[in-house]
Design a protein around this ligand. Structure first.
Ligand code: SF4
Length: 519
């Protein structure tokens, strides 16, 4: 059975995954079911026109989009259950068919229209992740909900490039609202992040590793492990949890396990502990640890134990106690050999020292800000981001966020004016925080964000990076450097539009790009 999927950066041959298994390990059966799910969501959106959807129906739309994000759900049975839910909601609305929309038709159509519709669809998949996390806290926004339906319906109804480009920009603006909603949910529940130093050492004794982005799931796990003699370690995008008072108050939240998500097959090899995946990025597990990987929420993989909506983590706790953890402290390091990571430099922290920062810029002590962030991946070319940060001059500040930071977040690149030169602002959705800081600095300097001494260097991998990039473009932010390669779904004509209108620039070498930026 064949498939066609080109939604992520590692897509086969830089063109598309089209064989029986994608580069990520997704089978063609699952990929084709995800296409069917997307078609049903389009049908549901078409059936919803002029009607109000209840929260349950919106959840079907949001989770149905999130399920199709790279490294989230590999399980045909699980994806089929989301298809059934979408069909049931569509039928409740009296809907029939999908307006003639098929993913095959999209793949085979005009390449510029395909490109714009892919930006729209993949961006909505990314935004759905953030809407899902906010909904876990009971937060939603009717404008965000409405856009999902509008955007999905447009996949079937709109075939004009200008109109689709307008929708893509509208998605970017809507995603800012969505990320702001999630920022409010996280900070409302756990307080503003504060700088935290996080060890890479694993203490002796039973422990659980928790990966993904869902802070609410982490909180539930921390509540259930209280007094059980089981420590909890964050992994990958869960690292910023250490910065929240509402989460780091749990003494069993000890540190961070491992490095970037794409190293999990090596780092989880024979691990004496269970691992919980709350969201992406899950890779097909190796036999040496497959019996201790658990999924929850929209994440699923055939044969792994799935923790259902009741969020009863007892099976993990019991397995952690049974496995017993390491006998002695296990010293682990970041990719560059560092043993401590820092996080928590979100908008509250950075803006609390805005006066110092502004004075330092005016005095010439800080010459430039870089925001080097985005998602990580396995390609060797991603060393660019490590080398770029290493080569930034001492009178510059490097802000970072998302899992791309694992390329360099264990480096000590020094201080500037009493502040660390490298500041981790949080998860990918904390791009909201970075945007708020940029806007505040622009106001303080009475200029536009584009006139600030600020350059965004973005690493992309999956669909959340797509929606964040669209947000930055919709805000009019120019001269973004993007790598390690350009999306396969962006056609030459659409790329020209992005280059002409936004000066979007493919990365080259750290030396050449730094020279150009600082010239
Ligand atoms: Fe290939 Fe990426 Fe699609 Fe997986 S998600 S099948 S790696 S394009």
């Amino acid at each position: 059975m064949s498939m066609f999927c080109f939604q992520c950066e590692q897509t086969g041959g830089g063109i598309a995954c089209s064989r029986s298994v994608g580069v990520c390990g997704k089978t063609s059966e699952t990929a084709n079911l995800q296409d069917k799910l997307t078609e049903e969501l389009v049908g549901l959106a078409l059936a919803s026109e002029g009607k109000l959807l209840d929260r349950a129906a919106i959840k079907v739309v949001v989770d149905g989009l999130f399920v199709t994000v790279t490294n989230v759900n590999f399980d045909p049975d699980s994806v089929s259950s989301y298809i059934e839910a979408a069909q049931a909601e569509k039928e409740k609305l009296g809907g029939q068919g999908n307006g003639g929309f098929t993913m095959t038709g999209l793949a085979e159509g005009n390449e510029d229209i395909r490109s714009l519709k892919s930006l729209l669809l993949f961006g909505m998949r990314g935004m759905a992740a953030y809407a899902h996390h906010a909904a876990e806290f009971g937060k939603f926004d009717v404008m965000v909900d409405a856009f999902f339906l509008k955007g999905l319906a447009a996949l079937a109804q709109v075939n004009e490039a200008d109109e689709l480009l307008g929708l893509v920009m509208e998605l970017g603006n809507t995603n800012l609202t969505c990320m702001g909603m999630l920022d409010g949910a996280n900070t409302g529940a756990y307080g503003d992040p504060a700088p935290a130093s996080v060890t890479c050492d694993i203490e002796p004794g039973p422990f659980i590793v928790v990966s993904g982005h869902d802070l609410h799931d982490l909180e539930l796990l921390l509540e259930q492990t209280q007094g059980k003699g089981v420590n909890v370690y964050t992994h990958s995008e869960m690292l910023p949890a250490h910065a929240y008072a509402g989460l780091n108050k749990y003494p069993q939240l000890k540190g961070n396990f491992g490095t970037a998500w794409q190293n999990q097959k090596v780092e989880f090899d024979n691990i004496p502990a269970p691992i919980l995946f709350t969201t992406n990025c899950l890779m097909p597990p190796q036999p040496s640890y497959a019996d201790r990987v658990y999924t929850t929420s929209v994440v699923s993989f055939p044969g792994l134990v799935h923790i259902g909506d009741g969020k009863d983590f007892t099976p993990l706790i019991e397995q952690a106690l049974e496995l017993g953890g390491y006998a002695e402290t296990k010293h682990m390091t970041g990719i560059n050999g560092g043993s401590t990571l820092t996080t928590g430099f979100a908008r509250g922290t950075v803006l609390s020292v805005a006066g110092t920062v502004i004075d330092a810029v005016k005095a010439g002590a800080i010459k430039h800000f870089f925001l080097v962030g985005g998602c990580d991946g396995a390609k060797p070319g991603r060393n660019y981001f490590t080398d770029f940060v290493k080569q930034t001059p001492q009178d510059t500040v490097v802000l970072t966020l998302a899992c791309g930071k694992y390329r360099f977040n264990d480096l000590n690149i020094g201080e500037i004016g009493g502040l660390p030169r490298l500041m981790d602002m949080g998860q990918c959705n904390d791009a909201y925080s970075a945007i708020m800081v940029a806007v505040a600095l622009a106001e303080a300097f009475e200029c536009s964000v584009n006139e600030l001494p600020l350059t965004i260097v973005c690493s992309w991998y999956e669909q959340k990076a797509v929606c964040i990039l669209l947000t930055l473009l919709a805000l009019g932010i120019k001269n973004i450097y993007l790598g390690p390669s350009l999306p396969a779904f962006v056609s030459p004509n659409i790329l020209n539009v992005l280059v002409d209108q936004f000066a979007l620039t493919p990365i080259s070498t750290p030396e050449a790009d730094l020279a150009k930026i600082l010239a």
